[in-house]
Design a binder for this molecule. Structure first.
Ligand SMILES: NC(=O)C1=CN([C@@H]2O[C@H](COP(=O)(O)OP(=O)(O)OC[C@H]3O[C@@H](n4cnc5c(N)ncnc54)[C@H](O)[C@@H]3O)[C@@H](O)[C@H]2O)C=CC1
Ligand SMILES: O=C(O)C(=O)Cc1ccc(O)cc1
Length: 384
């Protein structure tokens, strides 16, 4: 039995409840990045998935990817769990509408903010006995079903924020959805959740945007010098501004508090650097203090839970000419070698006729692929 508390890990085996699977059919409302990723993960575990989205193209693509079949084609029987994976502002109305239709026995959502969703759901008269607000802590800076991945939540925490009105058994049911997706369910109070994600997700997103926004005024030469560090720090800034504006507006006060503290650190560092004597190498320094505290803070980020279950890809860099048809030939060569390319990223050097394709493959395929590509005339750099 799950108790509500500040943060409580939910025990249990993946996909079972009292030894029997209790989540066999789900509906996912919102077939974007998160909804389709949840659907793909559940479908891969044998769960029947019905999907809906007001965007017909998103729904079609999600279904084509194997995430499920359209809800409209379902038989009308209530599913075990309905998962609302739509933007935060619409979650309460989607919930109310789904409950009015008797769509499911239990309802959850995936919105990045929780207290405002709970507040609006209660005000709308939603049945809080069957609603367990949730938040999977896996994501990407991309949106839409095309960016979905069945392994998006592997080893991630998945927050569950039931109110005191939640029926016994509902939290277990939603925790099972999280476990079926490979995640680690954690029961946490909605306000505590919002303060936590302000610190570990929402304020970092704004900080990433602040770093990336400085690049707008940079000349091309400066950008040519961009290395992996700035790419890492600004990755999440590539997220959808409309979705993030909604997330930040729904968690405004906790995010503002973290941003103010960051701004103070940065202002102190800037003042100290501006006043710095280049000869002075010792003594107390606000900049050093920030760097030391930063390293300590970084060290506090826990490793991914269950990292052993994550597929580890090896990246094989291949130098490619920047001309039409190159990628097609490269992929065909990989297919001839019988090795699946799990992911690909292209690095271009502006002004150069060459780029680097970073091919992600399972370790078992590295040697076969490297040898086959080299034999086919490609410039391959495994281990680089
Ligand atoms: N992007 C991320 O990395 C993460 C996002 N989330 C949360 O997941 C939710 C979905 O975000 P994403 O999948 O990233 O966005 P997305 O933009 O990829 O997908 C959202 C989907 O919801 C659909 N939608 C809009 N109104 C709807 C309605 N009334 N009923 C059903 N569907 C509707 C849209 O057409 C769209 O296909 C948001 O609440 C977000 O806060 C949670 C964890 C990570
Ligand atoms: O891109 C990443 O690494 C993320 O961590 C994304 C993310 C975005 C929003 C969330 O509510 C949860 C996770």
């Amino acid at each position: 039995m799950v108790e509500r508390g500040d943060t409580v890990r939910v025990s249990g085996d993946a996909g079972t409840h009292d030894g029997r699977p209790s989540v066999r059919r789900v509906a996912v409302l919102g077939a974007g990045l998160i909804g389709t990723s949840i659907a793909l993960a559940l479908a891969s575990r044998g769960v029947g998935v019905l999907l809906s989205d007001p965007d017909a193209a998103a729904l079609r693509l999600a279904c084509e990817l194997g995430a499920g079949s359209p809800l409209a084609e379902g038989d009308g029987r209530p599913v075990d769990v309905a998962i609302i994976a739509a933007p935060p502002a619409v979650v309460p109305t989607v919930l109310r509408d789904a409950q009015d239709r008797g769509l499911a026995h239990v309802y959850t959502d995936a919105a990045s903010v929780k207290a405002s969703v709970v507040f609006a759901a209660e005000r709308l008269g939603c049945d809080m006995a069957t609603f367990v607000p949730g938040h999977p802590m896996g994501g990407r800076e991309k949106r839409g079903p095309g960016a979905a991945r069945a392994d998006l939540f592997l080893g991630r925490s998945w927050a569950l924020c039931p109110t005191a009105k939640a029926d016994a058994g509902t939290v277990e049911r939603v925790a099972e959805v999280a476990r079926l997706c490979g995640a680690d369910p954690l029961v946490v109070d909605a306000d505590a959740h919002d303060r936590a994600v302000a610190l570990v997700s929402h304020a970092p997103h704004v900080a990433s945007s602040a770093v990336a926004a400085r690049l707008l005024g940079a000349d091309d030469e400066a950008l040519t010098l961009a290395g992996q560090g700035v790419r890492d720090v600004t990755r999440v800034a590539g997220g959808d501004p409309s979705l993030w504006m909604e997330i930040l507006a729904h968690n405004a006060a906790p995010v503002a508090e973290v941003l103010r503290a960051m701004a103070e650190d940065l202002a102190r560092a800037a003042d100290a650097l501006a006043a710095r004597d280049p000869e002075d190498t010792g003594g107390a320094d606000p900049v050093r203090d920030l760097l030391v505290r930063g390293r300590e803070g970084h060290g506090r980020i826990p490793g991914k839970h269950g990292a052993a279950t994550l597929p580890e890809y090896t990246i094989i860099p291949v130098v490619i000419p920047d001309e039409p048809g190159t990628l097609g030939r490269l992929f065909a060569a990989a297919a001839d070698a019988g090795v699946n390319i799990e992911d690909v990223r292209i690095e271009h050097t502006p002004g150069l006729p060459l780029g680097v394709a970073q091919l992600s493959v399972l370790p078992s395929g590295v040697e076969v692929l490297s040898r086959a590509l080299a034999a086919d005339g490609w410039s391959v750099h495994p281990g680089a």
